[in-house]
Design a protein around this ligand. Structure first.
Ligand code: HEM
Length: 408
């Protein structure tokens, strides 16, 4: 509690239901806000987060995970937290270089710009197959039934699973990201469900019973600094980031972004006037305005001073990316959706060491999903009463957006 009575806690039910008013007060009055219960500093201004994430000198590490639950944050450290033990190997983001960067490189191959570009026609086909099925129905869920299935199909194919598992994968990732007020996302509890899909992929590949899967093959060939290899489960755990990141975010941005656009007929007409040129521009505003991830955490390994406040080793920061996306110091009238707003800098994909591995793929998917929708759907309405944006400390996004299409 501050002198003004303001209080912010990322797991407070009121914050999880609508964090935006809290972020405005944080940015204006408490840019370095201490959450005593979690021994964590909340950073809310664009410029501060931009500068902090850019540091790659071991001041900020993710040794307690980038998305620690309340159970982890409840422990107050009395000094720097070392890297986790090598076995059982957790998700590589918990390590600093070189293990972090070497393992990230193993999973990075299909996400490079040239590899991603080769997926364009496959994504367009998947999008049109969904529209062939959905448009005759008239009413369906824009988040789950359209972008959700397409994004999950792409993830399945990247990790060597058949695309017809997309609906199951989407359901399990959605369930795993539901955050409970007071405790946040129990990522550890959600993992066994995900691993039921991912571990068999590794086991089959090791036995030579499946076609090559470049990411999995790289992980199987990798040796840790002590010379040991990854077990099937340890390799599968390295796939969790792209399994979750690849499935969840794009569909919410596409559905919410199309909703914002269709609520502003003049903007919609502008974008429709040149889909090839304008969707890529509108896409950036959709990402800024609609990206659902709220924050990611780091643990300090060295003291760091910001706005006259010194944070100590063992304490944590949470970078409120969703607040940075609405910072009036960076974006004039940030709560207005403007399809062609200049966006010289963007933090929605993070920055620095942990910069989103899937950023090129995400941009391509959003461009194709929005373009094909606008090409084939002349008019649609959102059933606002049935739309749902579940409270969350992690992914606060429109996970249910029922729509009715006309004239398709
Ligand atoms: C518009 C959609 C997306 C947004 C806004 C987004 C956002 C982010 C952000 C902010 C981070 C950094 C987390 C941190 O600083 O700790 C991140 C990391 C990551 N994202 Fe995305 N993401 C998106 C789509 C995707 C897709 C499509 C994939 C893969 C298929 C993906 C895979 C990952 C992975 C693996 C990481 C972890 C990187 C690391 O720690 O080295 N994301 N994402």
């Amino acid at each position: 509690m501050t002198a003004t009575g303001f209080r912010y806690d990322p797991f407070d039910p009121a914050v999880m239901a609508d964090p935006l008013p809290f972020y405005r007060v944080l940015r204006d009055e408490h840019p370095v806000y201490y959450v005593d219960r979690w021994d964590t500093w909340a950073l809310s201004r664009f410029d501060d987060i931009w500068n902090v994430l850019e540091r790659n000198d071991g001041t900020f590490v993710a040794s307690e995970g980038t998305l620690p639950s309340a159970a982890v944050l409840a422990t107050h450290n009395d000094g720097p937290v070392p890297d986790p033990p090598l076995h059982p190997l957790p998700f590589h983001a918990n390590f600093d270089a070189p293990i972090y960067s070497e393992l990230r490189r193993c999973t990075a191959v299909p996400f490079r710009p040239r590899s991603v570009a080769q997926l364009a026609e496959r994504i367009r086909t998947l999008a049109n197959e969904r529209l062939d099925e959905l448009l005759p129905r008239g009413r369906f869920d824009l988040t789950q039934d359209y972008g959700g299935i397409v994004a999950a199909s792409v993830v399945c194919e990247l990790v060597g699973l058949p695309a017809d598992l997309a609906a199951d994968v989407l359901a399990i990732v959605n369930a795993g990201s539901l955050a409970q007020p007071g405790s946040g996302v129990e990522v550890a509890n959600a993992r066994p469900g995900y691993l039921e899909y991912l571990t068999p992929v590794v086991t089959r590949r090791r036995a030579g019973d499946s076609e090559p899967v470049p990411i999995v093959d790289n992980l199987l060939a990798y040796r840790l600094p002590d010379g040991s290899a990854l077990s099937d489960t340890e390799a599968a755990v390295q796939l969790l980031g792209l399994f979750i990141g690849g499935t969840e975010t794009v569909p919410k941005i596409v559905a919410h972004g199309l909703w914002e656009l269709t609520s502003r007929p003049e903007q919609l007409a502008d974008v429709r006037a040149d889909l090839t040129g304008n969707v890529a521009v509108a896409r950036e505003e959709m990402i800024r305005y609609c990206a659902p991830a709220q924050w990611f955490a780091r643990t300090l390994r060295k003291p760091f001073t910001l706005h006259g406040t010194t944070m100590s080793p063992g304490q944590r920061i949470i970078t409120l990316l969703a607040s940075a996306n609405r910072d009036e110091r960076e974006y004039p009238d940030p709560d207005e959706f403007r399809w062609d707003r200049p966006i010289p800098r963007l933090l929605a994909f993070g920055r620095g060491q942990h910069f989103c591995l899937g950023a090129h793929l995400a941009r391509l998917e959003i461009t194709i999903l929005v373009t094909e929708w606008l090409r084939r759907v002349p008019e649609f309405t959102v059933d606002t009463a049935a739309a749902a944006r579940p409270p969350s400390s992690f992914q606060w996004g429109w996970s249910r957006l029922p729509v009715q299409v006309r004239g398709a």
